[in-house]
Design a protein around this ligand. Structure first.
Ligand SMILES: [Zn+2]
Length: 413
C-alpha cells in the first residue's frame, strides 16, 4: 500500500447522511464488527505473529463466504491483526469491539468531491449513497491528493466518515542538514552545511521530568489502591485528570517543537535527520540512564510532530540508526570517555565536546556517509567548545518555547 516515495497522509472527517434508509449500512457495520471480533478471537488463540499471507489463508474465504467483498475481507483481517498486535504490545487483554466502525478500501467506495457524495459497496451486493457534510474550504485542500481508504463510524445516532488522503512529496533539495538528538530532558539540534560547517546549534528543554513525576505519582496511587482504584470514583477521577494533563503537556510540547523545527528547517532549507527509534530500542542504548518504556512514547510523539510538520512543507526526513552516536569520537571514531557535566573526551585525539552536540554531529556524519551524493568526505568540526552551551538550555522550557527569536540567537556564523 505504501510506496517508496515519501508521502503526507491526512484525514478529512465529515458527517455523512445516507440517502434513503440506513438499515443496510447499519447491518453492514454490525456484521463487520462481528467479523473483526471473530478474527480477533482466532488470532488471539493462535498466540503468535502471523504474516499477511498466513492471515489471508486463515480468514479470507471464511469472511467472504459471509457475504463480504474481497477487499472487505482483507481490511477485516488486517484490522483484527493490528488490534491484537497493539493489545499484546501494551500487555493488554484481548480486544472486545463494541463500537460500530469499518475500514473500507478504495476498491469498495466511490468518492465524488464535487458533489460531496460517497457510494459504498456493502455486503451481499448492497450499495449505499451518503451525502458528506463539511465545508467547501476543507475539501478544496485535498484537490490533487489521492484517497485510498475510508473509515465509517456510527456514533450516537450519526454516521461519520473519515477519508484518508495522501500526496507524494517532491522533497526540496536541501542546502543544509539538521540533525536532531532526543534526550531525557532536552532536544539538541545542529544545522550543518553539506561540507560540514556548523551553522546553528540549539537546545530545547523538555517537560519530561514534569511528566515523569506525574506518572510516578499516578502509579503510586494505583499501587496504593491496587485493583480497587478503578472502582473508587474519587481516585479514578484523580488518575484520569492527571493522565489527561500529562497527555496535554506532551502533545502541546510536541506540536510546538514540530513547528519550531519546521520553521528553522525552512529557513535553512534543511534535510532533517532523526534517530531511528526502532533501532534505538534494539540497540538498547542509554538503557541505564532513563526509563526506556516511559521515554519512548514521548520520543515518538515528538518525532511524529516533527515529521508531520516538516513533510507537510516538502522537506526531506531521514531516520538514522543512532547506535554509537553518543559514545564515539566524531573526529577519529574512538570510544569517548565521560568528563563531568555531560562533557565527553577522546583519549586518542583529545577531542572534547558536549555529549548531545557530539550525538548530533555523529548523526550528521552517518547521514553524510550514507548519502554521499555530494561527495562530502569529512566534517570540518568547528564544534563548540565544552564550555559553550547551546541557547535555550538555561531558563525553563516555557521561556525557551514562548519566544522563538530569543532562543535562536545561538551559533550563527
Ligand atoms: Zn578522537
Amino acid at each position: 500500500m505504501r510506496g517508496e516515495e515519501p508521502v503526507v497522509v491526512e484525514a478529512l472527517k465529515a458527517r455523512a447522511l445516507p440517502e434513503g434508509s440506513c438499515d443496510k449500512l447499519l447491518e453492514f457495520l454490525r456484521l463487520y464488527r462481528d467479523a473483526v471480533q471473530i478474527v480477533v478471537d482466532r488470532i488471539w488463540s493462535i498466540n503468535k505473529k502471523l504474516s499477511r499471507r498466513k492471515l489471508h489463508r486463515l480468514f479470507y474465504s471464511n469472511v467472504v463466504s459471509t457475504g463480504f467483498r474481497a477487499h472487505h475481507a482483507k481490511e477485516i483481517y488486517i484490522y483484527a491483526n493490528s488490534l491484537v498486535d497493539s493489545a499484546r504490545s501494551n500487555g493488554g487483554r484481548k480486544p472486545v469491539l463494541r463500537k460500530l466502525s469499518a475500514r473500507i478500501d478504495k476498491y469498495d467506495y466511490r468518492l465524488d468531491l464535487d458533489n460531496m457524495t460517497l457510494t459504498l459497496k456493502l455486503h451481499s451486493d448492497h450499495e449505499v449513497k451518503l451525502k458528506l457534510v463539511t465545508s467547501r474550504d476543507r475539501v478544496e485542500k485535498f484537490r490533487g491528493w489521492s484517497n485510498y481508504e475510508i473509515v465509517v463510524k456510527y456514533e450516537d445516532g450519526e454516521f461519520w466518515v473519515s477519508v484518508y488522503f495522501r500526496r507524494a512529496i517532491k522533497p526540496v533539495k536541501p542546502r543544509t542538514v539538521m540533525a536532531i538528538d532526543l534526550n531525557f530532558d532536552n532536544i539538541t539540534l545542529a544545522i550543518l552545511t553539506l561540507d560540514g560547517r556548523l551553522v546553528k546549534l540549539k537546545r530545547f528543554k523538555t517537560p519530561y521530568r514534569k511528566i515523569l513525576t506525574r506518572r510516578i505519582w499516578i502509579e503510586r496511587i494505583q499501587k496504593k489502591y491496587s485493583s480497587s482504584w478503578r472502582f473508587i470514583r474519587g481516585v479514578r477521577r484523580v488518575v484520569e485528570r492527571h493522565g489527561e494533563r500529562t497527555r496535554n503537556i506532551s502533545w502541546d510540547y510536541s506540536h510546538k517543537v514540530g513547528d519550531l523545527v519546521a520553521e528553522l528547517a525552512i529557513r535553512y532549507r534543511s534535510a532533517i535527520i532523526l534517530e531511528d527509534l526502532e533501532k534505538l530500542r534494539e540497540n538498547n542504548k542509554r538503557g541505564k540512564r532513563f526509563n526506556k518504556k516511559l521515554g519512548l512514547w514521548f520520543y515518538r510523539r515528538i518525532q511524529f510532530c516533527i515529521e508531520y510538520e516538516t513533510r507537510e512543507r516538502d522537506l526531506e526526513v531521514i531516520k538514522i540508526n543512532p547506535k554509537g552516536t553518543s559514545s564515539k569520537c566524531p573526529r577519529c571514531g574512538s570510544k569517548l570517555i565521560e568528563n563531568e557535566n555531560r562533557v565527553l573526551r577522546c583519549r586518542k585525539c583529545g577531542f572534547t565536546g558536549d555529549r548531545d552536540v557530539i550525538a548530533t554531529i555523529n548523526l550528521y556524519k552517518k547521514y553524510v556517509s550514507k548519502h554521499s551524493r555530494c561527495g562530502v568526505s569529512g566534517v570540518a568540526l568547528n564544534a563548540p567548545k565544552p564550555n559553550e552551551n547551546p541557547s535555550g538550555m538555561q531558563g525553563n522550557r516555557d521561556e525557551a518555547m514562548k519566544n522563538t527569536s530569543s532562543c535562536m540567537n545561538s551559533y550563527e556564523s
